[in-house]
Ligand binder design. Structure first.
Ligand code: NAD
Ligand code: DAU
Length: 370
């Protein structure tokens, strides 16, 4: 089996669903279920009669004894590590949790994986993989004419979030060079698609638009991100896990650079076509707000290495990916409602009769950080 950490979050859940659609190899999801973890994302697997291929363990990746016990009990052949605090604005308001989970949590996983790996026989040890999922934000900010980030771009993180991810990347690298742990690292650009928590730009815009709320644009709206449909990120991770060279880094990106204004206008136009308002257009709801402190101006990824060495290519372009995403949010209004009213935090209690407490989710979604 494989371990997936943070599998109840946006990308982790998409990855587990992608994995289950491709193969029968069991997955154990190690996820403590923070506000960003939603066990309902995997309801289609837990409701499946063949549920033995998927299990969730509500565990904190910082809990050494619990993680070590899971390695000993389940003897995974690989671990795909998504669990993190992932929202830049939250890292500005409260960096401590980012240091704890992203740095200490990754350190703890590396320690547990190393101890487990050292006890494996030669064949199993050679096959074992620790795949660390990271971000392009570790490379810092680009000017308009700068070349895209490559795997050798020097690290220059600018937010507590990206600094904590950079630190975790360095630890992963060190465990390869010092101890020989078979690690792989992927650094990906901005993802979008189904199940993304509506604190991030694209789901926030879609859900606020439908509720008649303002669509907040930070600063002048001309910051650029390189957007990748989440399913294409999942296929890249599965490929790197299968064929990547240990100790190497692979950048993953969509080659879809857009300003935030372009993204929001595309979403509004898609909604105008699919769910027209009785009067006016969704773009009328756009509202300029105070900029994010230390806001990186531009990200762009050069994914040549992944394409040429491993043969990866994305299936979606920006237009098809956005169309799929908007339709998903329109078709999954109960999911949106459960997130917005906080009831998704109780889903796990109904499902497993344990864990999960409602916290400040509703306040968080309504109280915009700016
Ligand atoms: P997310 O915030 O949606 O999900 C994070 C998940 O991790 C949640 O299910 C949460 O419950 C879990 N988690 C958090 N702390 C934990 C802990 N201490 N122990 C166990 N579980 C814990 O994040 P995401 O957007 O799905 O991102 C997943 C990974 O991909 C992160 O490492 C992130 O840095 C990276 N990444 C994200 C993007 C993006 O655009 N979202 C892009 C590149 C890289
Ligand atoms: O680049 C990869 C990173 O992408 C991941 O590592 C992070 O986990 C993920 O959160 C994302 O970070 P960003 O900060 O780029 O994503 P976010 O959706 O928060 O913001 C995208 C852009 O939109 C950014 O320039 C800030 C802007 N923005 C965001 C929000 C939430 C707005 O203008 N208004 C908003 O309300």
């Amino acid at each position: 089996m494989i371990f997936v950490t943070g599998g109840a979050g946006f990308i982790g859940a998409n990855f587990i669903l992608h994995w289950a659609a491709q193969c029968d190899e069991p997955v154990l999801n190690l996820d403590v279920l923070t506000y960003a973890g939603n066990a309902e994302n995997l309801a289609s697997l837990t409701a499946d009669s063949n549920a033995s291929a998927y299990r969730h363990e509500q565990v904190d990746i910082c809990d050494e004894a619990a993680v070590a016990a899971l390695f000993a009990e389940h003897r995974p052949r690989a671990i795909v590590h998504f669990a993190a605090e992932s929202h830049v604005d939250r890292s500005i308001l409260g960096p401590a949790e980012f240091v704890r989970t992203n740095i200490n949590g990754t350190f703890n996983l590396l320690q547990c994986a190393l101890a487990y790996w050292k006890g494996l026989g030669a064949e199993e040890a050679a096959a074992f993989r620790f795949l660390h999922v990271s971000t392009d934000e570790v490379y810092g900010s680009l000017g308009p004419d700068d070349a895209p980030f490559s795997e050798t771009t020097p690290y220059a993180p600018n937010s507590p979030y990206s600094a904590s991810k950079a630190a975790s990347d360095h630890l992963v690298r060190a465990y390869f060079h010092t101890y020989g742990l078979p690690v792989l690292t992927t650094n990906c650009s901005n993802n979008y698609g189904p199940f993304q928590f509506p604190e991030k730009l694209i789901p926030l815009t879609i859900t606020n638009a439908l509720e008649g709320k303002p669509l907040p644009i930070y600063g002048d709206g001309r910051n650029v991100r390189d957007w990748l449909f989440v399913g294409d990120h999942c296929s890249a991770i599965a490929l790197v896990l299968d064929k990547g060279t240990c100790g190497e880094v692979y950048n993953v990106g969509g080659e879809n650079e857009r300003t935030n204004l372009e993204v929001v206008h595309t979403l509004c136009a898609t909604l105008d076509a699919l769910r027209p308002k009785p009067s006016g257009r969704y773009a009328d709801q756009i509202a300029y707000v105070k900029d994010r402190p230390g806001h990186d101006r531009r990200y762009s990824i050069d994914a040549t290495k992944l394409r040429e060495r491993l043969g990866w290519s994305p299936l979606e372009n920006f237009e098809t990916g956005i169309d799929r995403t908007v339709r998903w949010y329109l078709d999954n209004q109960p999911w949106v409602a459960h997130v917005k009213d906080g009831s998704y935090r109780h889903w796990i209690e109904h499902q497993y009769a344990g864990g999960g407490t409602a916290t400040d989710t509703v306040d968080v979604l309504e109280g915009h950080p700016t």
